[in-house]
Design a protein around this ligand. Structure first.
Ligand code: ATP
Ligand code: MG
Length: 408
């Protein structure tokens, strides 16, 4: 368990601020739950045969003999609170986020600690694949906002109670034939948790199961349709991803869309965020039959990826430079509209020359710039320039937000 010392706390604050800012744009509000819950909550939700429940929980009996556990993850406590406080009665869609410490009794190593911190988000009440795409867009937006681009989004579908049991049976049969080369852990768990074998990091297990049947080839019609819609919307929103048919998650409650954000910069602890759909979880905990989807980002791993000495003020996403009073007025209205929609935009208020305006954009570290002059006013079109690489795209001034949103 680590102390966060004064010389690195600015990185933590930067990450927390960025998350609050980005998540608010998508309508997520914070929920704070206790770090301690009844043990039973985690056994019932995460699953008895998972690594977390089998070996990683900090569990103890309190003075009245109740079995209590320091939360190993955030989703189950949030669902417990959602049910207990009847949040479903307030709105058909509930969007919650949290930031806080989690506890797992693991072997400590780089990127893996016994107290660690997660920023997470949960969208409850919507089965539509557009919400899956929104969740992934928000995750993508957050990473762009904090300046980490060395991550890749991997997605998969784990099916549902209609199609998974059949597939699971086939996988067990397949694994039975090739038990010998598998590691001891996989030989032990292939019957209770066969999907975990696909996810095993041991090289011999990877090689032996290279041709194992994949869930995405055995989805029922509804799950297949859902997964292809998720991909369709991700394409539409310009969110880059790859399908990883071997990805399974270490928690039993996941169905359908699951995903991980991985990096090659952290050695073997390569996942910086992970999540998925958990339709059925709320009902199984005694709540209404509502679907849900969410993710958790591991903060320690992000801190390892960020340079602690870099300037961590959040940079404006757009600087609008304008020439001529009509253009200045247009720029002012555009900037204000974007701000109202949650985009950090800036412009000049001192009647400076174009050159001086561009110098200021540079100094502020604006991610994009846009110049509006007579020509742009006439055509309604302008060049949106990405400062990092100088690349430009032509945009309609009146649909700027649409062009900008997938980029930030
Ligand atoms: P891993 O495969 O690395 O063990 P996991 O599947 O157990 O991850 P999740 O339960 O999905 O992790 O948690 C989401 C994120 O929380 C992970 O992607 C990771 O960034 C972070 N995380 C999980 N466990 C730890 C830990 N012990 N120390 C630091 N960060 C962690
Ligand atoms: Mg783990």
């Amino acid at each position: 368990m680590n102390d966060v010392l004064p010389d690195v706390v600015n990185v933590w604050q930067f990450l927390e601020q960025a998350a609050r800012e980005v998540f608010a744009v998508y309508g997520f509000t914070e929920i704070r739950t206790p770090v301690l819950e009844k043990t039973e909550l985690f056994c019932r939700s995460i699953g008895e045969t998972t690594d977390i429940v089998e070996k990683e929980m900090y569990t103890f009996a309190d003075k009245s003999g109740h079995s209590m556990t320091l939360r190993p993850e955030g989703t189950a406590p949030v669902m417990r609170s959602f049910i207990q406080n009847r949040l479903a009665a307030r709105d058909p869609v509930t969007k919650l986020c949290y930031i806080g410490p989690m506890f797992r009794y693991e072997r400590p190593q780089k990127g893996r600690y016994r107290q660690f911190h997660q920023i997470g988000a949960e969208a409850i009440g919507v089965e539509d694949p557009r919400i899956d795409a929104q969740i992934l867009l928000m995750l993508h937006h957050f990473f762009t906002r904090i300046g980490i681009s060395a991550v890749s989004l991997e997605i998969n579908s784990l099916g549902c109670p209609v199609c998974r049991p059949d597939y699971r049976g086939q996988l067990i049969q397949y694994l039975e034939e090739l038990l010998e080369p598998l590691c001891a852990e996989c030989q032990r768990r292939y019957q209770t948790n066969p999907l975990r074998v696909l996810d095993c990091k041991v090289e011999a297990c990877r090689l032996a199961t290279a041709d194992a049947p994949a869930m995405i080839d055995h989805l029922c019609g509804d799950c297949d349709q859902h997964f292809s819609q998720v991909r369709h919307y991700l394409d539409l929103l310009n969110v880059p991803y790859v399908v990883n048919a071997r990805m399974v998650r270490g928690l039993d409650y996941y169905v359908r869309t699951t995903f991980e954000l991985v990096t090659d910069q952290l050695g073997s602890q390569n996942a910086v965020a992970a999540g998925g759909r958990y339709d059925g979880l709320i009902e199984s905990l005694g709540g209404p039959a509502l679907p849900g989807i969410g993710f958790a980002i591991g903060l320690e791993r992000l801190v390892l990826m960020l340079d602690k000495d870099a300037d961590r003020t959040l940079l404006p996403e757009l600087f609008i430079a304008a020439l001529g009073s009509e253009a200045v007025e247009k720029a002012f209205v555009l900037m204000s509209k974007l701000q109202a929609q949650g985009v950090h935009a800036e412009m000049d208020f001192h009647g400076k020359s174009l050159k001086a305006q561009m110098r200021r954009a540079d100094k502020l570290g604006a991610v994009h710039t846009l110049i509006i002059g007579d020509e742009e006013l006439r055509s309604g079109q302008a060049q949106l320039k990405k400062m990092a690489d100088g690349s430009q795209v032509s945009v309609h001034l009146d649909s700027l937000l649409k062009t900008l949103r997938p980029k930030i």
